[in-house]
Write a protein that binds this ligand. Structure first.
Ligand SMILES: [Zn+2]
Length: 487
């Protein structure tokens, strides 16, 4: 398209037209007024007096308003949209070097913080920096891909954990959540980066942290192997004990992980009282942590980053697409399918190309003859929306089906009838968002920043620790938008 066709296609700017008409009416009223003024000087004096009185009244009102809001400001923290230009990072008081504590509360959907009183989470929010409308997970919005994206700053296609479980094409080897062989885990996780710089790291559970990789050997005292039976209190207390070490022994980077409220979310969906109780429990743990840090005099020195890996949405069996229902168009054997809900990932059936498989499946889904067929779209992975970043890995099967939120896909009809919750859907769904709260010397107080993807967090941590990170998918401009400049 040439320049001329563009200018022809561009409609006239309605705002400009509106301004013009306003200006002309103002001009005409001024003209009328000047005529009236010259004709009646008494009226002119009256109008001038009226204007002066109005100005004085307005000034008094503004002054009182200012005083009123100034007094309110002392009671509740102010909210701004970005860090103040005048504000700089606060110096460390007790610690000799920066410490980042990265906390994950699994499946903490954005909005859960309002389900029940969460005074401790809100203390961090009011005195720290929050992603205004939540943290955006990466696709697929599943636990392992997201935790490892937070740890590496890479999208799943680049860090290799493309799903919670998958089969490596060619060899037929299977990755599952307990796979600790480093060949699966690509990229450089933050604990390895920290060690590479001669600093110490300690992980109390995090997907990928048990994997020995480069300078990270997951030593018994600094790296806990996942065990869901360990009480949350014990996890918090163990992390607190690291702050009792001598200052040069305190790890510069630590993780803490709670599997709630994800566990409850799957069982009962996001709107059940069980979720409320789980959220209250997580808040209590944050309170326990804050208390412990305060007792040690380091609460204001420690950089706390509180996140979740994804959100949660309700599911019911009436919202299911059955692969077998596509058989009039194409027979898809279970052996072709790697994962069903909430991301259909599959290989073409033997003897059919991937492109033909997609075309036939879409023909069936759009026919109106497949139950809920309009709620799934099937793509060749290279044709998926680029914003999903879900193509550049041979681990990702060639055919991907995206589901509308809350829908499920299964091979065939069963008698199972149950409702619960799920995640893993397109990361553009608001229900998949989680929380981000940053609290510490380099975070402004009571600041809200626009939502961002969790691949930005790796750079955030390296920046606070003042170390050089490995190449990743984070954006350079992001740090300036969220961290206070050094004083
Ligand atoms: Zn999760």
């Amino acid at each position: 398209m040439g320049v001329s066709s563009f200018s022809i296609a561009t409609p006239p700017n309605p705002i400009e037209e509106e301004d013009e008409s306003q200006n002309s009416s103002l001009l005409s009223s001024n003209k009328t007024q000047s005529v009236n003024q010259s004709q009646n000087p008494k009226k002119t004096i009256f109008f001038i007096s009226l204007i002066i009185i109005t100005c004085i009244s307005l000034s008094v009102a503004i002054a009182f308003g200012f005083l009123y809001y100034s007094s309110i400001k002392n009671v509740s923290p102010s909210k701004s949209v970005s860090p103040s230009m005048a504000e700089t990072a606060r110096p460390l008081v007790k610690l000799s070097q920066p410490v980042v504590l990265l906390i994950s509360t699994d499946g903490f959907r954005f909005g859960y913080q309002f389900k029940t009183p969460t005074p401790n989470i809100h203390r961090l929010i009011h005195n720290g920096t929050e992603a205004d409308l939540g943290l955006i997970p990466v696709f697929p919005t599943l636990t392992f891909p997201n935790h490892y994206s937070i740890a590496t700053g890479l999208y799943p296609a680049y860090h290799g954990i493309i799903n919670n479980h998958f089969t490596y094409p060619g060899t037929g080897e299977t990755f599952y959540m307990g796979s600790h062989d480093s060949k699966w885990w690509l990229g450089e996780p933050i604990w390895e980066t920290v060690m590479n710089h001669g600093l110490k790291a300690a992980t109390y559970f995090w997907p990928g942290s048990e994997v020995k990789k480069g300078s990270w050997n997951c030593s018994a005292d600094m790296c806990k192997h996942f065990n869901g039976s360990v009480a949350f209190e014990e996890r918090v207390d163990t992390v607190l004990k690291y702050f009792d070490l001598t200052s040069n022994e305190i790890p510069s980077f630590m993780t803490l992980y709670f599997e709630d409220p994800d566990a409850q979310g799957h069982k009962v969906g996001p709107d059940d009282p069980q979720i409320t109780a789980a959220v209250a429990k997580v808040d209590k743990m944050i309170g326990r942590l804050i208390d412990g840090l305060e007792k040690r005099g380091v609460f204001e020195d420690v950089t706390i980053i509180l996140v979740g890996d994804h959100g949660m949405v309700g599911t019911c069996d009436k919202k299911i697409i059955y692969v077998d229902d596509l058989s009039p168009w194409i027979e898809i054997p279970p052996t072709s399918v790697q994962t069903y809900t909430p991301v259909l990932s599959m290989y073409p059936p033997p003897g059919i190309s991937a492109a033909d498989t997609v075309a036939k499946m879409m023909e069936g889904l759009k026919s109106g003859k497949v139950d809920n067929g309009m709620n799934m779209r099937v793509f060749l992975k290279e044709d998926l929306p680029a914003r999903l970043h879900y193509a550049a890995s041979e681990r990702i099967p060639p055919i991907i089906g995206l589901l509308e939120e809350g829908f499920k896909v299964e091979q065939k009809k069963t008698k199972r009838k149950e409702c619960g919750g799920s995640h893993g859907y397109d990361n553009s769904y608001f229900s998949m968002r989680s929380i981000f709260i940053g609290h510490g010397p380099q975070f402004g107080r009571g600041v809200k920043v626009p939502s961002f993807e969790n691949v930005e967090i790796y750079n955030l941590i390296t920046s606070v620790l003042k170390i050089q990170g490995a190449p990743n998918n984070g954006t350079e401009s992001f740090l300036k938008s969220i961290l206070l400049p050094s004083s």
